[in-house]
Design a protein around this ligand. Structure first.
Ligand code: ADP
Ligand code: MG
Length: 688
């Protein structure tokens, strides 16, 4: 693909600046699309200005002064036939004062405000009008840029590239040629790719400004569609690739699974049975499973994972179960020992925190194959760990891991092991149709029976005393409680200090209670000791940071207080809240917030207050924060959508999905060209 240096008129500094924007090729430059537009095609008379709207005004400078009241500002007054306009600059250079000298004819563009002297503009863009000054004929695009690269140079560079491919007969047409058969985009009445690109860089005089800004014009929709289609196609290729890779085949278990189920004090829910069958079928296939098992907190994913593990073990293959924290890994370990020891399954345990000797023993049992199920943290995928025969990798809370880590675990098997990923963060439909389209998804959509719903309360921090009283009463009745410290994302040191302070306060407040503390900076052994003590009921109140967010299961804990709830993400709050309501007792989650709440903070807390449904919460989170935040996609290796918006373009997504199916079979050449344009030549994506 052509580099920018092929355009002779591009200087080195210009190319360097473009590179900073991530633009390395001519096609990438052409796909660098405007953020918004301004209308400089006509002048507005001062008389017709409207407060709050942007306008272009031209007039003669009748006054300029540097004023010091109320603070330093450069003030200029423009006069034209219908009235006067004040310009105010709070930062300015001597050169600007010179340009704004009385008598000059000035053209300005900016938002109109009402000021002391009538209409005014603060920091408008200004142009001294000379003989050569012309009026813009089209809306002026404003691009994302970097320091040192002006809008004017960026516009010129894009115009050069557009002209080059437009006029120059020998220019490689691939830049702007259609990648898609006409039959694909015609039914939507979309413009051609070239027409779309041109319409966005140089919109016509009568272009629909609002549509351009909302990205709802046919040109924007065409490109959003192309982008979504590229995503669908690449996902499909990954999927097809996976089907061509070998994996060990495990026949459905004949003994172990039914023996396990018989030993349980409960029966599987229908939802659990359904997903268990989906997984059982996948494992019997000759290519690697990559299935995402999704189920709200407490829906019972662990037992389903355990059934999959037994199917592999019964076929003679090892299973790895990886969790993001030691606390969680430890909890899985204890549960698996309980469930699997009676079946004579060898369970091993590997974490960063264990002693050298234990670790060596574990490593040995993993490499000689005597360990059948290995549970651990990140330690599991390190180089030194050699599996004898890894057949299935199970990853709990998958979004907590980076793509490289998941990949590293997969590489530990030969042939490629099956992979089961679990998450309690539900995936809204548009997300699973797009970013997750290359995975198979199973959903546990109902909770086991007998759970009492959690009561959520929003309480302002001013009523703290009442809440402390509430903790006292609850513990006096024999229940346990969590007190979650405020999240301080920007500083780990401060987070630690806050946790310690809160712990001291609670000990002071409740001399009659046994209070524990758990936070992310404790040594793994210390953490485990505290969790074990809480689990065993030796501690009544546990002060904790968000490390307890995932998976922790203490059924006797029925009260949770979360400080500064407004600072936390919705899905995070939902996860935290899921730590209570695990037993039969009626559970309460109290969200303490600090006044005054911003509008978004209020909206978010309202969602969590009103809903106990992980799906609805995830959807709201997606709308409020975008897909990157929700699922940690930033580290997942899937390119983010730049033009398309899953919410606005949901219907285009559905269309792109259907068309991708068709194209993959009918037009392989077009598919390649389309992917090359949108994802670059290297379509070899690293994926989940
Ligand atoms: P999660 O999906 O959040 O990982 P777990 O697997 O930890 O949930 O299950 C939560 C609790 O529910 C555990 O104590 C588990 O043993 C129990 N459980 C799982 N399935 C059922 C069921 N079908 N009926 C009753 N309790 C169940
Ligand atoms: Mg779990």
């Amino acid at each position: 693909m052509s580099t920018l240096s092929e355009i002779k008129t591009f200087s080195k500094p210009l190319i360097a600046n473009l590179n900073k924007l991530g633009i390395n090729t001519v096609p990438a430059l052409l796909l660098h699309l405007p953020l918004r537009y301004i209308d400089e095609t006509h002048l507005t008379a001062v008389r017709d200005l409207r407060v709050g709207e942007a306008a272009q005004v031209e007039g003669e400078i009748v006054h300029t002064e540097v004023s010091y009241q109320p603070r330093k500002a450069l003030i200029t007054r423009l006069a034209e036939a219908s009235g006067q306009l004040t310009l105010r600059f709070l930062h300015f250079y001597p050169s600007q004062i010179a340009a704004l000298k009385v008598g000059n004819q000035l053209r300005v563009y900016g938002e109109v405000r009402s000021g002391f002297f009538g209409y005014e503009m603060v920091h408008p863009s200004c142009k001294v009008v000379g003989e050569k000054t012309v009026m813009a004929e089209t809306l002026t695009p404003i691009y994302p840029s970097v320091a040192g690269l002006t809008q004017a140079s960026l516009r010129k560079a894009i115009a050069t590239a557009l002209n080059l491919v437009n006029i120059h007969p020998s220019a490689p047409r691939e830049y702007l040629d259609e990648t898609l058969p006409e039959s694909v985009y015609q039914p939507f009445q979309f413009p051609s790719f070239f027409a779309a690109i041109k319409a966005l860089h140089n919109p016509s005089v009568d272009a629909d400004l609002q549509g351009l800004e909302n990205k709802t014009t046919p040109a924007w929709r065409r490109l959003a569609f192309d982008e979504l289609l590229a995503q669908q196609l690449s996902m499909r290729k990954h999927y097809a690739h996976r089907r061509s890779v070998d994996a060990p085949q495990f026949q459905p278990s004949k003994q172990l699974v039914s023996a396990l189920l018989k030993s349980l004090p409960f029966a599987l829910t229908q939802a659990q049975q359904k997903v268990a069958i989906e997984i059982e079928r996948d494992l019997a296939q000759p290519h690697p499973m990559q299935r995402l098992l999704q189920g709200d907190v407490g829906s019972g994913k662990t037992i389903v994972a355990c059934m999959a593990a037994l199917q592999s073990i019964e076929s003679g293959w090892q299973v790895a179960l990886m969790a993001p924290t030691e606390i969680l890994a430890e909890q899985h370990y204890r549960k698996m020992l309980l469930w699997l020891r009676p079946l004579n399954i060898q369970v091993a345990w590997l974490t960063g925190g264990q002693s050298k000797k234990d670790r060596a023993l574990a490593m040995q049992s993993i490499s000689n194959g005597s360990a059948q199920l290995i549970i651990g943290t990140h330690a599991l995928f390190q180089d030194a760990v050699q599996f004898k025969k890894l057949g299935l990798a199970i990853i709990d809370e998958q979004h907590r891991f980076g793509v490289q880590q998941r990949l590293a675990l997969r590489k530990k098997g030969q042939p490629e092991p099956h992979q089961l990923m679990m998450t309690a963060t539900p995936i809204p439909r548009t997300l699973s149709m797009s970013y997750y389209a290359d995975l198979d998804v199973s959903v546990i959509d109902a909770l086991p029976p007998g759970r009492t719903p959690i009561l959520t309360k929003l309480v302002s921090d001013g009523r703290r005393d009442e809440i402390l009283q509430r903790v006292r009463e609850s513990c006096a009745q024999g229940y346990q409680a969590y007190w979650v410290c405020p999240l301080i994302e920007e500083s780990e040191a401060l987070q630690l200090a806050t946790a310690n302070d809160t712990y001291a306060l609670m000990q002071n407040e409740f001399p009659e209670l046994r209070v524990g503390l758990v936070h992310g900076r404790m040594k793994p052994a210390e953490k485990q000791a505290v969790m074990a003590a809480f689990s065993a009921g030796e501690l009544q109140l546990l002060v904790a940071t968000t490390v307890i967010e995932v998976g922790v299961d203490v059924p006797n804990a029925s009260l949770m207080v979360i400080e500064h709830a407004e600072r936390m993400g919705l899905s995070q709050l939902h996860q935290l809240r899921g730590r209570v309501g695990r037993g039969a007792a009626k559970s309460t989650c109290i969200l303490l917030y600090q006044r005054q709440l911003s509008e978004t903070a209020t909206a978010r807390l309202k969602v969590i207050y009103e809903s106990n449904d992980g799906f609805a919460i995830a959807q709201a989170d997606l709308n409020l924060r975008g897909p990157g935040e929700l699922l940690g996609l930033r580290q997942s290796g899937v390119p983010m959508l730049k033009i398309a918006d899953l919410d606005r373009d949901a219907e285009l997504l559905t269309q792109a999905k259907a068309i991708a199916d068709r194209l993959v079979n009918d037009c392989p050449m077009e598919v390649e060209r389309h992917l090359a344009r949108w994802l670059g030549r290297v379509v070899e994506l690293v994926k989940v």
